[in-house]
Design a protein around this ligand. Structure first.
Ligand SMILES: Nc1ncnc2c1ncn2[C@@H]1O[C@H](COP(=O)(O)OP(=O)(O)OP(=O)(O)O)[C@@H](O)[C@H]1O
Ligand SMILES: [Mg+2]
Length: 245
């Protein structure tokens, strides 16, 4: 569903992502982890066509992002770490705008939009402007807009920053529901206990390189040295920290 093959991204002379390859199948949730500056956001921006890759092949449900960017983007949703909204559009108008862009029929957009606002608990803010929303509410609105066209492939960059504990739990439930429904999901986060709950797979990056990839138990086992019950946090530290690295 998501195929990243040999992705390299350079900013001038600096290589932010170096020859990265991985796949995510329908129903899988891939946790993307790594220290600050590892290249996670860069990877997500390239994989969703926000910025061009320097090299590599990126496919969404078999559609090559370079050959058919509109066709590929129709199937995906990218939730960036900084919510960006239009100052002069209300919550409801944002949803109507998203529906137009993705050509969601009006009736379906209204029904699905209302359900999303209810699920994300911002239905009472439907007629408010972004300036009247809290940070977490803005994030929820971005999520509602992104889910409106029922994407098959989703990329979340730190989706829980700014959400309250109940919001975090709801977001976890939403992500689990989407994967049960067959979506392929990449979830970048530093909240490793969250990833342990939600992810089927993990990709660990450091300095633009892939350190490990596999199912969550496989990656944990790789860094457990035969011990049992090693947490993903401990795996992260062993995989990315230490003076020898
Ligand atoms: N537009 C840019 N121009 C130049 N360098 C950039 C640009 N964007 C990112 N970088 C560099 O690329 C590297 C990877 O950045 P990136 O934002 O992908 O990291 P990240 O893994 O998402 O980190 P974080 O956990 O802090 O979000 C960093 O060294 C960063 O300084
Ligand atoms: Mg980032």
């Amino acid at each position: 569903m998501i195929e990243v093959c040999g992705l390299t991204k350079r900013y001038g002379d600096f290589t932010a992502v170096n020859d990265l390859s991985f796949t995510v199948q329908p129903g899988e949730v891939m946790g993307l982890v790594g220290p600050n500056g590892a290249g996670k956001t860069t990877t997500l921006r390239c994989a969703t066509g926000i910025i061009p890759a320097t090299a590599g092949t990126l496919r969404v449900a078999g559609i090559d992002l370079a050959a058919d960017p509109v066709g590929a983007k129709r199937l995906l949703a990218f939730f960036p770490d900084e919510p960006r909204l239009f100052d002069h559009l209300t919550v409801r108008q944002h949803l109507a705008f998203a529906a137009k862009i993705y050509q969601v029929p009006q009736q379906e957009a209204e029904t699905h939009g209302n359900a999303l606002l209810a699920e994300l608990e911002i239905a009472d803010k439907a007629d408010q402007l972004p300036g009247e929303l809290s940070r977490g509410m803005k994030q929820k609105l971005v999520i509602a807009c992104g889910l409106l066209h029922s994407p098959k492939v989703m990329y979340f960059d730190e989706p829980l920053t700014g959400l309250d504990p109940l919001g975090i739990r709801r977001m976890k439930d939403t992500i689990k529901r989407l994967s049960r429904e067959g979506a392929a999901i990449i979830l970048s986060s530093h909240l490793l206990s969250l990833l342990e709950e939600v992810c089927t797979h993990v990709l660990i990056m450091k300095q633009g390189q892939r350190i490990a990839v596999g199912t969550l138990p496989e990656v944990v086992a790789q860094f457990s040295n035969g011990e049992t019950g090693v947490s993903l946090e401990e795996v992260f530290i062993r995989a990315t920290g230490g003076s020898e690295t």
